[in-house]
Design a protein around this ligand. Structure first.
Ligand code: 5RP
Length: 293
């Protein structure tokens, strides 16, 4: 292992040079097999190259949170506007009609519940690949706690999922979970996203940061999608999505900023405008206000 201290600081991300073309429209994934590419094409729209993922997996450690009290009532009507539904197998099987015919990203790890002080103690696999295949999953999401007490266990889960994913052609989404004591900054996300990609994640979910996000994206050899985080006013959430896409993110995997909006259908439609149609945050907010009025 190389020295951990005394190294030169990384600084040249060649932002003026596009990522190498590997012969497939999804960054860094041209050398994967047909089945993997087919699933990736259900996740990332081949026309825009981007994705709108609707995350409603929060119940797996938070229970019934605001907006997710009744998945059948609040989430089912949003499905048609998402490219991908990200949730647990329990939520999908019980509340989402199979006829929704959307790509599924299954939450595949379990974590400590909100009753515990330390939420970074690490994940174990919450399902096996046989069940993921039975559910026709287009991807599996593995939560990783880089810098947290559960780093080793969660990274192990990611590596084993990447092995199985390669075997069956199922992409693995590496999710960067940031512990309370960790700073959400360029240095942290640069480390976490790159680690997950190099250890086998097919695409990576992280948070948007105001400074250095374009460097994080450039240094990650596979696509990055952003989480929404806590509920923001709609104009701010749309602006954040716009800035992330401008900086090279390939989509959003958003939950609370959609399903906790007073107007979730209009909000996810506005998000689609940013992600797939190049709207600015301001234009998308105008679309949103027109739609709700
Ligand atoms: C937690 C997750 C959640 O799915 C994620 O937080 C997305 O939801 P939100 O947009 O509400 O943050 O991956 O690690």
């Amino acid at each position: 292992m190389a020295d951990a201290v005394g190294n030169k600081i990384a600084k040249d991300y060649h932002l003026d040079i596009p990522a190498a073309d590997t012969g497939f429209f999804v960054k860094g994934l041209g050398n994967t097999d047909w089945g993997m590419k087919n699933r990736l094409s259900r996740i990332f729209d081949p026309k825009s190259g981007n994705t709108v993922m609707l995350a409603f997996d929060h119940g797996y450690f938070m229970g019934a949170t605001a907006g997710l009290e009744r998945l059948d009532v609040t989430i089912a009507p949003l499905c048609e506007y998402a490219d991908v539904l990200m949730a647990t197998r329990g939520a999908i099987r019980s509340c989402i009609p199979p006829t929704a015919n959307k790509a599924i990203c299954l939450r595949a790890t379990h974590d400590t519940s909100v009753l515990f002080e330390d939420l970074s103690t690490g994940s174990g696999m919450a399902l096996d690949f046989e069940d993921a295949i039975r559910m026709n999953a287009s991807a599996l999401a593995i939560q990783c706690f880089i810098g947290g007490s559960g780093e080793a266990a969660s990274v192990e889960a990611l590596c084993r999922a990447a092995d199985q994913g390669a075997k069956f052609g199922i992409p693995v989404l590496g999710v960067t979970a940031v512990g309370k004591e960790m700073a959400r900054n360029e240095k942290y996300f640069m480390l976490a996203t790159r680690m997950l990609a190099e250890l086998g994640a097919t695409f990576v979910k992280t948070y948007y940061i105001e400074e250095g996000f374009e460097n994080v994206v450039a240094a990650c050899p596979v696509p990055i999608v952003i989480a929404g985080g806590k509920k923001l006013p709609e104009n701010e959430a749309l602006d954040m999505a716009y800035k992330a896409i401008q900086a090279g993110a390939k989509g959003v995997d958003m939950g609370r900023n959609v399903f906790q909006s007073e107007h979730p259908v209009e909000m996810i439609k506005a998000i689609r405008k940013v992600v797939h149609e190049g709207f600015t945050g301001k234009e998308a907010f105008e679309f949103f206000t027109d739609a709700i009025n």
